[in-house]
Design a protein around this ligand. Structure first.
Ligand code: ADP
Length: 226
């Protein structure tokens, strides 16, 4: 079976004129096998978001190879990369980015509708996911009517709506107080383990990282096993 994600020799700089070029990634490599959950730890500014955006095909590296299910993504058209991203990759950010004018159920339906799922099927899947994460009584609540932890749990359901094979999460509980963070993180890990998907989860929190299968540290632009 192909690896779910393979990043090989990834380099990325932000060029803002010669004196201010920022080298963020420099020969970074990692492989995620099916069902593997990996913690990505690094201080703020080390390049976690850049790495996750490259892994999720939202950004391109200056050099190196990104493969998803053994398929090299470098030479692919934007249309094909978008399709892979929509079908195979789920994203969770530190801030939920839910659409304020839609309720919880609708927010989980939207990526499915964008992916060609019928409205009837999208409702069923949205309710199933929200039910699993304990939000069955919040289906018609809009984001402003939900607590921070509840909003983030809706965002998890949205990320999993299209049954991705790979989950990329950027400080998924970083915006919550420690007690809520623990509960919400448990909910996320429960969903990840239930579905058996592979995940790369960036966190500052070493205690949370220790609950994953292994940990890598982003240091000087490279990924080092901890
Ligand atoms: P992290 O997610 O670990 O906090 P980022 O990947 O967001 O780190 O950023 C890594 C470094 O790259 C930071 O020093 C940041 O200032 C710089 N950076 C990020 N995006 C840009 C950009 N679009 N242009 C210039 N510099 C950037």
């Amino acid at each position: 079976m192909s690896d779910v994600l393979n990043l090989s020799g990834i380099s990325k700089s932000y060029k803002r004129g010669e004196p201010t070029e920022v080298v963020v990634l420099s020969d970074a490599s990692i492989t995620l096998k099916a069902g593997e959950v990996v913690g990505l730890v690094a201080p703020s500014g080390a390049g976690k978001s850049t790495l996750l955006h490259i892994a999720g095909l939202l950004d391109t590296p200056d050099s190196g190879k990104v493969s998803i299910f053994g398929q090299d993504q470098s030479g692919k058209s934007d249309r094909k990369r978008t399709r892979t991203r929509r079908q195979d990759v789920g994203f969770i950010y530190q801030f939920h980015h839910l659409l304020q004018e839609f309720n919880a159920q609708e927010n989980v339906m939207l990526p499915q509708l964008a992916n060609g799922v019928s409205k009837a099927d999208a409702v069923v899947r949205a309710q199933l996911l929200l039910d699993k994460i304990g939000l069955q009584d919040r289906l018609t609540h809009r984001p402003a009517e939900l607590s921070g932890g509840e909003q983030q749990r809706v965002a998890f359901c949205r990320a999993l709506a299209n049954e991705p094979k790979l989950l990329l999460a950027d400080e998924p509980t970083g915006n919550l107080d420690p007690a809520t963070s623990d509960i919400v993180f448990d909910a996320l890990m429960g969903m990840v383990r239930d579905t058996g998907l592979s995940a790369l989860i960036a966190t500052h929190n070493m205690e949370l990282a220790k609950r994953m299968d292994r940990i890598v540290r982003l240091e000087n632009g490279q990924l080092i096993d901890v």
